[in-house]
Every structure is written in structure tokens, then in C-alpha cells.
Write a protein that binds this ligand. Structure first.
Ligand SMILES: [Zn+2]
Length: 151
């Protein structure tokens, strides 16, 4: 089997296409498959770096995930802050999520991006995580804030 590496177009596509996939999948099947896809993506990104189970320091997690997902990485979002929670989880502050680009919503909208952080932090720490979004830029908040907690 050959791999199509898109010699002309490379690895990026317009966010409008991502938004159609994300929003229409939610309309048809709910958020679960979008979050699951994000979780797998986040876990696999960390695994590809050989970092499974190797990181728990919040500053190291922030720097690593911002380098992989931020302006010099896949451009999923910009990671501004990662803080520890008393239960062993982390609060993650991000801006410019792909999920919220040009979107307005009455409730937090990040499903794929939230999933990526659930999966990535699971992989980095070796602890299975779940997560919820406390505030979202699609609702007019200055940042998206995710609470990622151990299962
Ligand atoms: Zn959000």
C-alpha cells in the first residue's frame, strides 16, 4: 500500500473543512465520536514522541504540548497555561482552538480539542483521564478552560 503525502498541498487544510466535519458529526452522532477522535489523536501524538508515562510537571506539559500543538506544531490551538489540580488532574487554558474558530455557541463547543488534551495528558502521565470544558471562546470567554481529571 502506498501513502499519499500530498506533495503539493502538504499537511494543512482550511479550518472551514474541519468545522464541517466537527459540526455535522455532532449533529448526526453527538459529541462522543468527536471527543473520542481527539483522545486518540492526543494519545498518539504523545506516543509518537516517546513520552508515554514520562511527564507530570505542569510547566513541562504546557511547553511540550504547546510545541506540538501550537503555532510551530499542528496549529490545533495555543496552550497558555497548565495548572495542577488537587486530585492529580490539570486545568488547561488555551486560545484559538480549531473547534472555536469563527464559531459562536451558547455552551462550550470544544469537543475535538478537549479530547486531544484528555488523551495527551493521559499519555504523558500514564493516568487515564476524563475532562470537561469550564468556559469557551465560542461563548465569548477570553480563553477555553479544560478541567482534565483522573478517572
Ligand atoms: Zn472552547
Amino acid at each position: 500500500m502506498t501513502t499519499n503525502n500530498r506533495q503539493t498541498l502538504g499537511p494543512f487544510m482550511n479550518l472551514v473543512c474541519f468545522q464541517y466535519l466537527r459540526n455535522n458529526t455532532e449533529d448526526v452522532a453527538g459529541r462522543a465520536p468527536i471527543i473520542a477522535a481527539g483522545r486518540n489523536r492526543g494519545y498518539d501524538v504523545v506516543a509518537s514522541l516517546g513520552l508515554v508515562g514520562k511527564m507530570s510537571d505542569p510547566t513541562e506539559i504546557k511547553d511540550e504540548l504547546n510545541s506540538v500543538l501550537g503555532a510551530d506544531g499542528t496549529r490545533l490551538c495555543i496552550v497558555q497555561q497548565v495548572s495542577p489540580l488537587p486530585d492529580g488532574g490539570y486545568e488547561v487554558h488555551i486560545v484559538e482552538s480549531a473547534c472555536t474558530a469563527n464559531q459562536q455557541a451558547g455552551e462550550p463547543l470544544c469537543a475535538f480539542t478537549l479530547g486531544v488534551f484528555i488523551g495527551a495528558i493521559h499519555a504523558l502521565t500514564g493516568v487515564r483521564m476524563t475532562g470537561k470544558e469550564l468556559q469557551c471562546q465560542a461563548c465569548g470567554a477570553p480563553q477555553c478552560i479544560y478541567q482534565i481529571t483522573p478517572i
